[in-house]
Design a protein around this ligand. Structure first.
Ligand SMILES: [Zn+2]
Length: 253
């Protein structure tokens, strides 16, 4: 990390905003360490180029589970770019009703992603697990040991026992404001070990103050987490920046 960031947005999609460059500049200006996802490996070269000279914005190489039904063949392109990517996302499984039909294909792609990451080592993954926490954790346990890569579960909505299992498997969690609108989400945020907690916006798919959330809105997410955990904003903020330093440390295996 060149200069310590103020905040962390570990999962958003800056290239899906109406103005990609100004979304990047928003993150830079606010000194928010921002991990911007790609939904298809075709978007990787442009994302890599845009984030090459930034202080705080990094790109992740992904193949979104909601696109797998029509883009599974792009996995060969994902393989091609993997050696130049430290961050991988958005990847994972979506077993919601709209994507259930492609579940077998999604599984195949996700296993391939996990195995590729294990082979290369030292990758950091942002993982989608809608209605599939158990399956996602089963596959992580089988294919990506914590010594081979680090997993951040984005917008986790599994049960308390699944959350505990994820903690036991070494996973982290990135928390957004919308997760804390319901009791189940608040309970998760209240009980997670603080050293596994990150913040995210998942912008532009979330809203804040009746507009699209952007990385500089993370300050409000930190405030809400502090409220839910009965902690101070300063403590949560510095814990998360510390967690980022630990996450980014290369692991020699
Ligand atoms: Zn996302």
């Amino acid at each position: 990390m060149p200069m310590p960031p103020n905040y962390v947005d570990l999962h958003c999609h800056l290239d899906l905003y109406p103005d990609f460059m100004s979304a990047v500049q928003d993150a830079e200006r606010a000194a928010v360490y921002t991990l911007t996802m790609t939904t298809t490996p075709k978007a990787w070269p442009r994302n890599r180029e845009v984030t090459e000279a930034t202080h705080y914005v990094r790109a992740a190489l992904g193949l979104h589970p909601q696109l797998v039904h029509e883009r599974a063949h792009e996995i060969s392109l994902w393989d091609q770019y993997l050696p130049e990517a430290r961050y991988v996302g958005e990847v994972g499984i979506d077993a919601g009703p709209r994507y259930y039909r492609s579940l077998d294909l999604q599984k195949e792609v996700f296993v391939h992603v996990l195995q590729g990451c294990a082979r290369h080592g030292d990758k950091i993954l942002s993982v989608h697990s809608v209605r599939s926490a158990k399956l996602v954790l089963d596959l992580i346990e089988l294919h990506l040991s914590p010594s081979k890569g680090k997993v951040v579960l984005h917008w986790f909505s599994g049960s308390a026992s699944e959350a505990q299992r994820a903690i036991d498997l070494g996973c982290y969690f990135s928390i957004n404001s919308e997760m804390m609108l319901n009791e189940r989400g608040r309970r998760l945020v209240a009980t997670l070990p603080i050293d596994r907690v990150f913040t995210e916006t998942d912008g532009p798919f979330t809203r804040v103050n009746e507009r699209t959330a952007c990385p500089s809105d993370i300050v409000q997410t930190v405030e809400t987490i502090a409220g839910v955990r009965k902690s101070s904003m300063e403590n949560v903020k510095s814990d998360i920046v510390h967690n980022l330093r630990m996450l980014l440390e290369p692991r020699i295996s």
